[in-house]
Ligand binder design. Structure first.
Ligand SMILES: NC(=O)C1=CN([C@@H]2O[C@H](COP(=O)(O)OP(=O)(O)OC[C@H]3O[C@@H](n4cnc5c(N)ncnc54)[C@H](O)[C@@H]3O)[C@@H](O)[C@H]2O)C=CC1
Ligand SMILES: O=C(O)CCC(=O)C(=O)O
Length: 444
């Protein structure tokens, strides 16, 4: 058995109840085979892969808060500080009932390579809680966020670990956490990103993940002799990433005809109305059943079904493992030419393989959705400089970063005889920088 297989087996044995973490490790390590084989003796001696799959530390804590009926509720909070070889830990906080340690570890592990791909000095971390913000009053969300950060503040800091948003954590939650951090520490620092624009937030951070996804997709299509203009696009999700992916797709001349939430999905043959979607999801925090009131020509369906709609480009932007092998088969049969992941690990391993084998360009999340964390790093830079850049300045830096990411992974795939395999390219390009930094910094 080779080194890669040994470490995958070790991860499964040591973390038996964490299937999403196994999946992420498997996807990364299997595509690093060529690099690992070429350096096996050195990497083994240094225990490099064993160190890479074991987080620097995992913090797990109780989050008690008082609901609107005066009863105490208790959630579990997590922060996994995975690897700070190339910069302070950086990654979002997920608030969703499905959150457990394995999910946070898969996200933290992915974040190491994603953050490396941005070319910016940020390490990998992730956190969150099984708290469900859905249906909670503002006061309850405030109570939760205050309690959460009252414990987490001990472990974070502008040069230590800088959390941000993810599923269920948007500007409201980041604002509440920032206020409490400031109250406890007395320190006005860039400890969180995705902050409001009046207290250190960056213009374009809200749009960054969705816009970045389209910038990378546009470049990938261009380098393969295709144009995003005129393409039919399907998007899943209707949160932060989905909304701004749809908006940028339209600005680039494509037509996006779907979106979804955890209950159902919308097909709008005239193209999704982004302003209506924003009103429903960002302002009113309602379900997608409301969309038809704004767009009578659209259809609403219960359950999942976005991937049954004929498209040229598919952009999964909701959550992990939402694009399955059966969906990949339908996409291929319908003539889809490209899939780019806005969410983290939305495509299962067998679905990814099927798409690639059938000639579909496939951009993995750690490259395609890196625009969010890259712009968070630009927010950190602005905070350190005590300056705010214009929207255009941030957006043009974001675009350049996404174009560079595509070329770095394209080049890495070519260097290892895997031309066109952007999964291999992204993992190798992300890994190389982190591995070099780890090897140069002794044993830790
Ligand atoms: N917000 C950001 O800057 C970044 C987010 N991501 C990833 O993008 C994905 C979406 O995140 P956001 O848009 O920020 O979150 P969000 O909370 O704004 O929206 C999440 C969306 O996914 C849908 N969703 C959640 N669970 C679902 C399920 N089980 N089935 C179907 N739909 C479901 C929700 O209804 C919602 O529309 C996640 O995988 C996240 O980790 C990745 C990079 C950066
Ligand atoms: O902006 C950030 O720091 C984190 C974004 C994030 O959670 C992600 O890239 O998955």
């Amino acid at each position: 058995m080779g080194y890669v297989d040994e470490v995958i087996e070790l991860v499964v044995k040591k973390n038996p109840a964490e299937p999403e973490f196994h999946q992420a490790v498997k996807e990364v390590l299997e595509s690093l085979r060529a690099v690992v084989d070429a350096n096996e003796e050195k990497f083994r001696k240094e225990g490099l892969l064993e160190r890479l799959v074991e987080p620097d530390r995992q913090i797990k804590f109780r989050v008690p808060w008082v609901d609107d009926n005066g009863n105490v509720q208790v959630n579990t909070g997590y922060r996994v500080q995975f690897n700070n070889a190339i910069g302070p830990y950086k990654g979002g906080l997920r608030l969703h009932p499905s959150v457990n340690l394995g999910i946070i570890k898969f996200l933290g592990f992915e974040q190491i390579f994603k953050n490396s791909l941005t070319g910016l000095p940020i390490g990998g971390g992730k956190g969150g809680s099984d708290f469900d913000p859905k249906g909670k009053s503002d006061r309850e969300v405030l109570a939760f966020c205050t309690s959460f950060i009252t414990e987490l503040y001990k472990y974070i800091g502008a040069d230590v670990d800088v959390p941000a948003g993810d599923i269920g954590t948007g500007a409201r939650e980041i604002g509440y956490m920032y206020g409490q951090y400031k109250k406890i520490t007395g320190s006005y620092e860039g400890v969180l990103t995705g902050k409001g624009l009046t207290f250190g937030g960056s213009l374009a951070r809200t749009e960054a993940t969705g816009y970045g996804l389209l910038y990378l997709t546009e470049e990938m299509l261009k380098c393969n002799g295709k144009d995003i203009k005129g393409k039919i696009v399907t998007v899943s999700g209707s949160g932060n990433v989905a909304i701004y992916a749809i908006q940028k797709a339209h600005q680039l001349g494509a037509k996006c005809v779907t979106c979804s939430d955890s209950n159902g999905w919308v097909y709008d043959p005239d193209g999704i109305d982004v302003e209506a979607l924003k009103e429903i999801k960002e302002v009113k925090r309602e379900r997608l059943t409301e969309y038809k009131k704004y767009r009578p020509n659209s259809e609403y369906h219960e359950g999942r079904g976005v991937w049954t709609v004929k498209c040229d480009v598919a952009l999964p932007c909701a959550t992990q493992n939402e694009l399955l092998l059966e969906d990949a088969k339908v996409l291929v049969a319908n003539g889809c030419i490209a899939v780019a992941e806005g969410a983290n690990m939305p495509t299962t391993l067998d679905a990814t393989e099927y798409l690639q084998k059938n000639g579909v360009m496939f951009a993995p999340g750690k490259a395609a959705n890196a625009g969010g964390v890259a712009t968070s790093a630009l927010e950190m830079t602005q905070n350190s400089e005590r300056l705010s850049w214009t929207f255009e300045e941030v957006d043009s830096k974001l675009k350049q970063i996404m174009v560079n990411i595509f070329h770095n992974l394209d080049d890495a795939a070519k260097r290892y005889n895997a031309e066109g395999n952007y999964v291999v390219g992204a993992n190798i390009a992300g890994f190389e920088k982190v591995a070099n930094a780890m090897l140069a910094q002794g044993i830790w």
